[in-house]
Design a protein around this ligand. Structure first.
Ligand code: DX5
Ligand code: ZN
Length: 221
């Protein structure tokens, strides 16, 4: 079964706790939390204090996507805040192997993320060490952007790389995922689908999440 991870970047920020509880009740599998620092990406969002206070709103795993420079300096505080998966960008971490090790030492699942313009070769060496590979299918920074079509072949190639590994990380796709393209992305090999605007931009979360899940899992062969 493929997992749906609503991104709370597109939720009503004045009611984040309720929005999280609502998507949990609607069938979400994970909660995707976008952390932006205004340096690695142009936007600024939330930090460990808010994440810590949201932790009591749900039992679902927190999938924390760090779009920040020097992520190694902040791993401990996100771990303490209740992150389950902590994902750092290959473009932002200068000693990626050490950062991934430190996430695992804290008892958390470690993820690596890759921007649209970064070739898959950049994560080849670290792939056997991680629990999650997050492929960005938009340039990170904002919700509601258009899925970059070439990402589909990147997802397919990443799935082939993963298939060769003894310990297979989950393959997650983030950016512009919606009801129209989620079937193709699922078929390309994604295990976890992030959806922000496609979930929070609709009224009936339950209906939307069931449609996303059913479409993502429909094998077109
Ligand atoms: C983009 C973020 C995404 C974003 C996805 O920088 O990493 O998680 O919230 O939002 P949609 O699904 O609206 O593209
Ligand atoms: Zn994200």
């Amino acid at each position: 079964m493929k997992l749906i991870a609503p991104s709370i970047l597109s939720a009503d920020a004045s009611r984040l706790g309720e929005e999280i509880a609502d998507v949990e009740a609607a069938g979400a599998d994970w909660i995707h939390v976008d952390v932006m620092d205004g340096r690695f990406v142009p936007n600024i969002t939330m930090g460990p204090a808010i994440i810590g206070s949201l932790r009591k709103s749900t039992k679902l795993p927190f999938d924390v996507h760090l779009m920040i420079k020097n992520p190694e300096s902040h791993i401990e505080s996100f771990a303490a805040a209740g992150a389950d998966y902590i994902t750092v960008h290959v473009e932002a971490a200068s000693h990626l192997h050490r950062t991934i090790e430190s996430i695992k030492k804290m008892g958390k699942k470690a993820g690596v993320s890759i921007n649209p313009a970064t070739p898959l070769g950049a994560i080849e060496e670290i792939l056997p060490e991680v629990d999650l590979l997050l492929i960005m299918s938009v340039n990170p920074g904002f919700g509601g952007q258009k899925f970059i079509k070439s990402s589909l072949s990147k997802v397919r190639r990443a799935a082939e790389m993963i298939a060769k590994l003894p310990k297979k990380p989950l393959l997650e796709v983030d950016g512009g995922v919606n009801v129209e393209n989620i079937g193709d992305i699922g078929n390309a090999g994604a295990d976890v689908l992030v959806a922000g605007a496609a979930v929070f931009g609709t009224k009936d979360y339950k209906k939307t999440i069931s449609t996303l899940k059913a479409t993502a899992n429909a094998d077109k062969g």
